[in-house]
Design a protein around this ligand. Structure first.
Ligand code: IPM
Ligand code: MG
Length: 361
């Protein structure tokens, strides 16, 4: 089992170190190789996704990824910005299916800004299409004024685009996930989120998802506009089971959903291709404002490592053990700053990782 470890920037190095610690106490044989990515790779090699890093990722069974980005790179040409590393990995590896489960652990009900009764027992799955949409549409660019009056660009544009096979394959992923969840006692419902009332791309999305849905008569399908979905997520989040949507809406809604769990520091993610090769990363970013301080929450990354064991490495039992260990440290009252509430014990990044290791042992 070969794992490419790509910590990246900001808090990425700190949180990935804790996940690696956790992996190392399992009685499993991994080959782990670390490489630079994002701003760190730009600083060292002049490119956010060096050829060697991409090759390592492509040749591995799974990638454990931290986060990329820092404000200091904001003035670079877009192809050289840290974010292009994660987008390049997703595109080159064909990681079209992004799973972002939002689960509210009972111990964290009080850490959310929402009323406890709204989120207690919450367990929903957001499935975000990850290699299409406006993120990867062509053409894109800026138009420069021609009358000489305005120096520089006058307008900018990106193109929203989805092909039928792209929508079909993510729809199948969503229906199959809902079927699996139904077998485990969930409702068996897919909510497809679109903006069909305004955008042609998302009328098409809706039509194709409906068509695929006919192959899954055991699964309920409903459609929701993205603005309404944003509202329903905070109004009545437990009405959802599996949510499937495009790249852009999925980016936004998954950040929103993370707060239903208490903190974005809790939200893991898996990005899979058709060969079950996967990239596993916390849903949060590099948080340069708290980088190097040892206060970041490593649990999203540790839980991402559990998803990696389950989805790409065929080690479901080890994944269960990690998830149980995380529950245990939460039950012990240990909290990083982002999930701290009165009466609990505030710990740093490494202490949290150590506690998970101890619980595993
Ligand atoms: C995410 C992030 C990325 C995205 C950025 C870092 C490119 O926000 O994984 O959600 O927009 O997909
Ligand atoms: Mg995002």
């Amino acid at each position: 089992m070969k794992i490419a470890v790509l910590p990246g920037d900001g808090i990425g190095t700190e949180i990935v170190a804790e996940a690696v610690k956790v992996l190392n106490v399992l009685d499993l044989k991994f080959e782990m190789e670390t490489a630079l990515v994002g701003g760190a790779a730009f600083d060292a090699h002049g490119h956010p996704l060096p050829e060697a890093t991409l090759k390592l990722a492509m040749d591995s069974d799974a990638v454990l990824f931290g986060a990329v980005g820092d404000w200091k790179y904001d003035t670079l040409d877009r192809p050289l910005r840290p974010e292009q590393a994660i987008l390049g990995l997703r595109k080159n590896m064909g990681l079209f299916a992004n799973f972002r489960p939002a689960i509210c652990y009972e111990q964290l009900v009080g850490a959310s800004s929402l009323k406890p009764e709204l989120i207690s027992g919450l367990d929903i799955l957001i499935i975000r299409e990850l290699t299409g949409d406006i993120y990867f549409g062509q053409p894109r660019g800026r138009r420069v004024a021609t009358d000489g009056h305005f120096p520089g660009a006058e307008e900018a544009f990106d193109t929203m685009r989805y092909s039928k096979p792209e929508i079909e394959r993510i729809a199948h992923v969503a229906f199959q996930a809902a079927r699996k969840r139904k077998a485990a006692g969930f409702e068996g419902r897919v909510t497809s989120v679109d903006k069909a009332n305004v955008l042609e791309t998302f009328q098409f999305w809706k039509d194709v998802v409906s068509e695929v849905g006919k192959e899954y008569p055991d699964i309920a399908l409903d459609h929701m506009y993205v603005d309404n979905a944003a509202m329903q997520l905070v109004k009545e989040p437990k009405r959802f089971d599996v949510v499937v949507t495009g790249n852009m809406f999925g980016d936004i809604l998954s950040d929103e959903a993370s707060m239903l769990t208490g903190s974005i520091g809790m939200l893991p993610s898996a990005s899979l291709n058709s060969k079950n090769q996967g990239l596993y990363e916390p849903s949060h970013g590099s948080a340069p404002d708290i980088a190097g301080k040892g206060v970041a929450n490593p649990l999203a990354t540790i839980l991402s490592a559990a998803m990696m064991l389950r989805f790409s490495l065929n080690q479901a039992a080890a994944a269960d053990r990690i998830e149980a260990a995380v529950q245990q440290v939460l039950a012990q009252g240990l909290r990083t700053g982002d999930i701290y509430s009165e009466g609990t014990t505030k710990v740093g990044t490494a202490q949290m990782g150590d506690a998970v290791v101890k619980a595993l042992r």
